[in-house]
Design a protein around this ligand. Structure first.
Ligand code: CP
Length: 334
């Protein structure tokens, strides 16, 4: 974690009214859910709620980050995270610049740290980084004065994904206390699972995980999750079911016999959804392997909030950029 910033008061707007948040945003970086307190998470979600309506205005732009520079530095492929950070920065009037490993001088052998130092020499305010190595954003946060946002590092953390998932659940359920959240699939290789287990348990929900034994890491209980014996018992009475993608690109060896077998034993079908609460929410961080971890009827069905997650990704990333960028005034009023 990098050094903390000067504390400042943030004012947010909800449903047209203005109110003062009785807490100050002090963090320089957003790196993982472990380092955010429940109060900081609530502040981000409240700020995201107040900023969300900007995306529905005819002119989708407000000026709080005018003159700020945001670099989007993605070393791994991304659709949702990269585009939503770019849209979020632009809607707040920041200048955003995108670079990827394949189009940077890293292909000529420049190290991550040298690349980052050279980017910092151009004086950006915020660097959003996705990297295949766990801990890469933390290393930059310690050495650079720009704010660092972790957009996913290896199998470690994806905090803005967890924040948008929390926002989606809070919107539909009104809060988190005693909600039963089931996260199913490749828990071992999922930074989304790790960040969501930490985030949901911190906010008072109960998290159960399930998947093939080869995909459940030892000691996952230490993050606050309960390991279910199978997918059906994990789903029983769940308020939220979050299905995870089978990450073929991170698998060194085959951890399940075939995709067909995986779908049968661990995939979410309509008949399985019936075991959950009648108002269950079905979530998936994307990209989906349709017909493997989730059936198309469930992904596109009435319980699915998968596209709400994507829409909330813009609002949450606006909130994070706004808070790190020093937003001190009523964002939605601009
Ligand atoms: N959920 C998520 O991180 O999606 P992308 O890889 O498309 O950014």
């Amino acid at each position: 974690m990098g050094a903390d910033r000067q504390s400042h008061q943030v004012t947010v707007c909800e449903d047209g009214t203005t109110r003062e948040m009785n807490m100050a945003w002090t963090k320089k970086d957003v790196l993982d859910m472990e380092s955010l307190s429940a109060e900081e998470i609530t502040l981000i979600l409240d700020t995201a709620d107040s900023l969300k309506e900007i995306s529905h205005r005819p002119i989708k732009k407000v000026p709080p980050l005018r003159g700020k520079t945001v670099i989007l530095f993605f070393h791994e492929p991304s659709t949702r995270t990269r585009v939503s950070f770019d849209i979020a920065a632009k809607r707040l009037s920041a200048d955003s610049i995108s670079i990827s490993a394949s189009t940077s001088s890293m292909v000529k052998g420049e190290t991550l740290m040298d690349t980052a130092k050279n980017l910092e020499a151009m004086n950006p305010d915020i660097i959003v980084i996705r990297h295949s190595s766990s801990g890469a954003p933390h290393m930059l946060a310690q050495r650079l004065s720009a704010s660092i946002i972790n957009a996913g590092d290896g199998t470690h953390a994806h905090p803005t994904q967890a924040l948008l998932d929390l926002m989606t659940v809070r919107e539909r359920k009104g809060g988190f206390k005693n909600l039963r959240i089931s996260i199913i699939g490749d828990i071992s290789r999922s930074r989304v699972a790790r960040s969501n287990i930490v985030g949901f348990t911190k906010m008072g929900a109960q998290v159960t995980v399930a998947g093939p034994l080869t995909m459940i890491p030892k000691g996952i209980e230490s993050l606050g999750a309960v390991v279910a014996k199978d997918i059906d018992s994990a789903i029983e009475g769940a308020d939220v079911i979050m299905m995870l993608r089978i990450q073929k690109e991170r698998q060194q060896s085959f951890l399940f016999p075939t995709e067909r077998e995986y779908a049968k034993r661990f995939g979410l079908s309509l008949s399985r959804v019936k075991r959950a609460k009648p108002d269950v929410l079905i979530m998936h961080p994307g990209p989906m392997n349709r017909g493997v971890e989730i059936s198309p009827e469930v992904a596109d069905g009435p319980f699915s909030v998968i596209l709400d997650q994507v829409a909330n990704g813009v609002a949450v990333r606006m909130a994070v950029l706004y808070l790190l960028g020093g937003g001190t005034r009523n964002a939605a009023d601009h």
